[in-house]
Design a protein around this ligand. Structure first.
Ligand SMILES: *[C@@H]1O[C@H](CO)[C@@H](O)[C@H](O)[C@H]1NC(C)=O
Ligand SMILES: *[C@@H]1O[C@H](CO)[C@@H](O)[C@H](O)[C@H]1NC(C)=O
Length: 506
């Protein structure tokens, strides 16, 4: 380029509108390894050295690249800096994150720990992170799950795939999003969330209404939709896996009735999804403390997407070297233990639910989204909209608990209010570890031996509830060079030496 060309470019820069990346706190992505498997039986897996990035919604948003004036405080925008979406994006910068201190997010080898409540200058509630491609700070890892199986372990949190743009929406923004995947932008899911602060480089300022029950959130007029495959949504009482197709592939921006809504066929996405929750499907003794899948002990979760395009989603658990197939439906008229189009149709009929899974394209559309590649999302959260009752208690509240499909677990209909959960279980946390991905049969051995123990490859889960007093809970760090926190583990866990830098309550 000629010198004069450069000058012209420089002269144009001040009028380019762009959502900025801040420089006050360096952005250092915590590293996380996962395994890509081939062959069979979990014996041919290679370690991928990657890292995670926290979603942009959780970040400090301030005026200018190195300024300190907030653009957004609590649940409101500063309308002098943010009079409209484009000006706001041009004026405001997303800053780097102090993962451990501010958000309670730490990694160690193949394990990611996410704490529920973390108090630094202000309390942080929950968080959401994405897996980046190995060696990249600007592209998310994308997965094609057709004819693959996926093995995450965890609890009291959600691990799922969303069809986000791998670059965090940079290309779609025409230069307006300068932060990108490096700062965790571009989130979307089948709920078409409207609490996202920036969508493709435009701030969601217009029509913004602060939440009535969440001091950190609000909703703008824009929502961001994309197909979503929930591999694992669980706590120690209930678990569900749920595909949510959308008629539009990839990320799309919605307003008004083009956004999906609860119990509605409007918009492009299946908001309800087609869920398999063992309790809801009639087996009340399968998953939980002391049950067939005992949530007080470690277990491994395997999810298989069978066929290419995938026409069925199967679930196995591995615990104490034993492979446990998913429970069978005991609901009259609904058969099987895997999600297929016919399972979903039968379940919706039996429970009196509208089959939006089918109207948004069912398994075929879900498989198309998978082929295009989906981003891995891991989170821990509480639910300001429905108290998580859809997962572990009777729901919806206007139906009898005894009506078909209403009760999803043993939690009380009055449980799950965020204020209560945050006050009573601030130390709850989730550990996702030993994530493996590969062709069917490649990530685990069906003769067992992949779970826990010495040299074992399986892992993790616990009750998500919190210890009190100066003890560390299950999976919490309890020792290691430079560690200053509690070194005593809450009963019945013991502080176990992992390496000179890390001991853990197991
Ligand atoms: C959804 O709407 C239908 C029809 O309005 C109603 O019968 C049903 O109870 C609703 N379901 C839920 C989960 O609210
Ligand atoms: C629940 O699942 C377990 C394990 O598959 C099985 O042994 C038990 O019979 C099931 N219970 C019901 C009510 O189907």
């Amino acid at each position: 380029m000629s010198r004069s060309g450069l000058l012209v470019l420089a002269a144009l820069l001040p009028v380019v509108l762009s959502q900025l990346a801040g420089t006050n706190i360096p952005e250092t992505h915590p590293s996380l390894t996962w395994q890509k498997c081939t062959g069979t039986g979990g014996t041919s897996c290679t370690t991928q050295s990657a890292s995670i990035v926290i979603d942009s919604n959780w970040r400090w948003l301030h005026e200018g690249v190195s300024g300190t004036t907030n653009c957004y405080t609590g649940n409101t925008w500063d309308t002098s800096i943010c009079p409209d979406g484009k000006t706001c994006a041009a004026n405001c910068a997303l800053d780097g994150a102090d993962y451990a201190a501010t958000y309670g997010i730490t990694t160690s080898g193949d394990a990611l720990t996410m704490k529920f409540v973390t108090v630094s200058q202000q309390p942080n509630i929950g968080s959401r992170v994405y897996l980046l491609a190995p060696g990249s700070t600007t592209e998310y890892q994308t997965f094609n799950t057709n004819n693959q199986e996926f093995l995450p372990c965890g609890l009291n949190g959600a691990l799922y795939f969303s069809q986000m743009d791998a670059d965090g929406g940079v290309a779609k923004s025409n230069g307006a999003n300068k932060a990108g995947a490096n700062y965790g932008t571009g989130y979307c899911d089948s709920q078409c969330p409207r609490d996202i602060k920036f969508i493709n480089g435009v701030a969601n300022v217009e029509g913004w209404v602060p939440s009535s029950n969440d001091v950190n959130a609000g909703t703008g007029s824009m929502g961001t939709c994309c197909p979503e495959m929930d591999v694992w949504e669980a706590n120690s009482i209930s678990a569900a896996f749920t595909p949510h197709p959308c008629t539009t592939l990839g990320q799309s921006t919605c307003t008004g009735t083009t956004c999906s809504a609860p119990n509605s066929t409007q918009g492009t996405c299946d908001q309800a999804g087609c869920d398999f929750n063992s309790y809801r499907m009639g087996n009340t003794t399968f998953y939980g403390p002391g049950l067939t899948v005992d949530t007080t002990q470690k277990f491994t979760v395997v999810t298989q997407f069978v066929g290419s395009p995938a026409t069925a989603i199967q679930r196995f658990y591995v615990q104490n070297s034993k492979v446990i197939p998913n429970s069978m439906s005991t609901i009259s008229g609904v058969t099987g233990n895997s999600i297929t189009d016919s399972f979903c149709a039968a379940q919706k009929t039996a429970f009196g639910d509208t089959n939006t899974f089918s109207t948004k394209g069912g398994m075929a559309t879900m498989a198309e989204a998978a082929s295009a590649g989906m981003v891995l999302v891991m989170s821990i959260w509480d639910d300001h909209a429905a108290d998580m009752l859809w997962l572990d208690a009777p729901y919806p509240p206007n139906k009898a608990a005894s009506a078909p499909g209403v009760t999803r677990g043993t939690c009380s209909p009055s449980s799950g209010a965020p204020a209560t959960v945050e006050a009573q279980s601030p130390n709850a946390q989730v550990v996702y570890s030993n994530i493996r991905f590969g062709p069917i049969g490649s990530t685990f051995s069906s003769t067992g031996g992949t779970t826990g123990g010495n040299g074992g490859t399986g892992t993790t889960t616990s009750t998500g509830s919190a210890p009190t007093g100066p003890t560390a809970g299950q999976f919490a760090q309890c020792g290691g060079e430079g560690f200053t926190g509690p070194t005593v583990c809450a009963a019945p866990f013991t502080c176990t030496f992992m390496n000179p830098f890390y001991s853990q309550c197991l």
